[in-house]
Design a protein around this ligand. Structure first.
Ligand code: UD1
Length: 435
């Protein structure tokens, strides 16, 4: 496993450019494959999840590559296979978006069930119910979802619980369906709005994205186009907390402050000084953060993906904070924070964190993407050296995190694992040219 060695105690200072949003990039790369002709996508982060989804789509027949200006080209015209490979799909739950794509494009899809992961059980039952409502027959055989539809027909679909993945998958499936689809109780995340704008720029007719009800009038065809995706609000939030936990002064560039409202409010409540410009945020932390209570919620509530980074900051805050996680089973990583001296008790969905004056460096392991980020943040503030293993999980969703932290003055060194290094090299270099 690759490792990061972090020597804590340096306040972060300087300017950092926030990358494009991973959670927009993934569905938008898939959406590009619904169309005819080339799409050129800008602001796509070069993280492992982006390489993985691109690899899945390449295996299905699409042509996808990064050019020298870091623009991702997608030509889907050769996409003719309807079976996605288990080896790639199992790596990432978001690869289930190819089910919506294949149903819409080829009328059939065979996609492995994404299965459980470190965040507990993450079913796809809402996705499947939605496909059925659009007219697909669904069978689950040998761990694969087999879906088929001669024709998808628009209808009214109530999504039981606000679900980002379901809303996106149904937008992909319904964009070219017969008639009108209404998605009720749809998720409202900025990445949903980004996907709708991109689909509309290809000729789709989607209204209401960003509200509870999305109306999709099916169109006959979509045409590839150029598009620049939004920046990553979770990466931006992670850097805000990195600044807060180290007592730093950092400017985040290429951000949409509006997308970060709940994080900004909670960071301000914790005592961080925050100034907003149109595309940037300055964060300044002159004193120890103070304890804040919160609970995670669908957008515009406090993002579950920011819960772990925020808990890391609360671990060194003055006072006791109570943090409730309402979306996923997402507290396993606190054992690792405890190894660094954090005082955290977990009672089912709630963590009670008594802030300590200082964490101390220790060997720890990332258990999932955001948990890994939380450990990096804790390590930045800790006394002494922390060795974080399992860093490839962090690489799934952060573009060059260690490099960016070094630019801000942090002492972070990466020790690559030969095997992982080979995979990263393979993924990185194979996307420098067309297949
Ligand atoms: C997306 C994000 C992830 C974020 C999450 C919540 C991507 C690639 N990932 O994940 O970073 O943490 O939104 O903001 O965009 N559920 C079901 N059945 C389903 C689908 C979901 O029970 O068929 C449940 C989930 O277990 C969870 C809740 O609904 O408790 C919300 O999940 P969802 O919004 O779908 O999360 P993802 O799309 O997987």
């Amino acid at each position: 496993m690759a490792k990061l060695i972090v020597r804590g105690g340096t306040p972060l200072k300087g300017k950092v450019r926030i990358s494009g949003a991973k959670n927009s990039a993934l569905p938008i790369i898939v959406a590009a494959c619904l169309a005819e002709g080339e799409s050129v996508l800008e602001n796509i982060p070069r993280d492992i999840d982006v390489y993985t989804i691109s690899m899945i789509l390449r295996e299905l027949g699409a042509d996808i590559w990064f050019d020298e200006a870091d623009r991702l080209h997608v030509i889907p015209d050769g996409l003719e296979k309807h079976q996605a490979s288990y080896d790639l799909v199992r790596r990432m739950r978001a690869s289930f978006y190819v089910a919506g794509l294949l149903l819409a494009r080829l009328g059939k899809a065979e996609v492995p069930l994404p299965g459980g992961c470190a965040l507990g059980s993450r079913p796809v039952d809402y996705h499947l119910k939605g496909f059925q409502a659009l007219g697909a027959t669904i069978n689950i055989e040998h761990g694969y979802v087999k879906a088929e539809a001669k024709e998808l027909v628009g209808t009214k679909i109530y999504i039981n619980r606000s679900s980002v993945g379901t809303t996106m998958n149904l937008m992909l499936a319904a964009a070219q369906a017969q008639g009108t689809t209404l998605l009720e109780n749809a998720a409202k995340e900025p990445e949903i709005v980004d996907l709708a704008i991109y689909l509309n720029s290809m000729g789709a007719r989607i209204r209401g994205a960003g509200t509870d009800v999305i109306r999709i009038d099916g169109v006959e065809g979509l045409k590839g186009t150029e598009y620049s995706i939004i920046s990553d609000r979770i990466e931006a939030g992670t850097f805000m907390v990195a600044c807060g936990i180290t007592g730093g002064d950092v400017v985040l560039d290429n951000v949409v402050p509006e997308h970060l409202r709940s994080t900004i409010l909670k960071c301000a409540e914790a005592g961080l000084e925050i100034e907003e410009g149109p595309n940037e945020i300055r964060v300044c932390a002159n004193k120890r953060p103070v304890a804040v209570d919160l609970e995670t919620a669908p957008y515009p509530g406090f993002a579950t993906d920011m819960q772990q980074p925020f808990v890391a900051m609360m671990a060194v805050a003055e006072g006791t904070s109570v943090i409730r996680e309402t979306i996923f089973d997402r507290f396993r990583y606190v054992d690792e924070l405890r190894r660094m001296g954090a005082d955290i008790k977990v009672d089912r969905d709630t963590a009670i964190i008594r802030g300590v004056e200082e964490l101390t460096g220790a060997p720890v392991e990332a258990t999932d993407l955001r948990a890994g980020a939380a450990l990096v943040l804790a390590a930045l503030s800790a006394k002494g050296e922390t060795e974080i293993s399992g860093v490839e999980l962090v690489d799934r969703g952060y573009e060059h995190l260690d490099e960016k932290l070094r630019q801000l003055g942090a002492h972070v060194t990466r020790i690559a694992d030969q095997e992982d290094d080979d995979l990263t090299k393979h993924l990185t270099t194979s996307f420098l040219e067309r297949c």
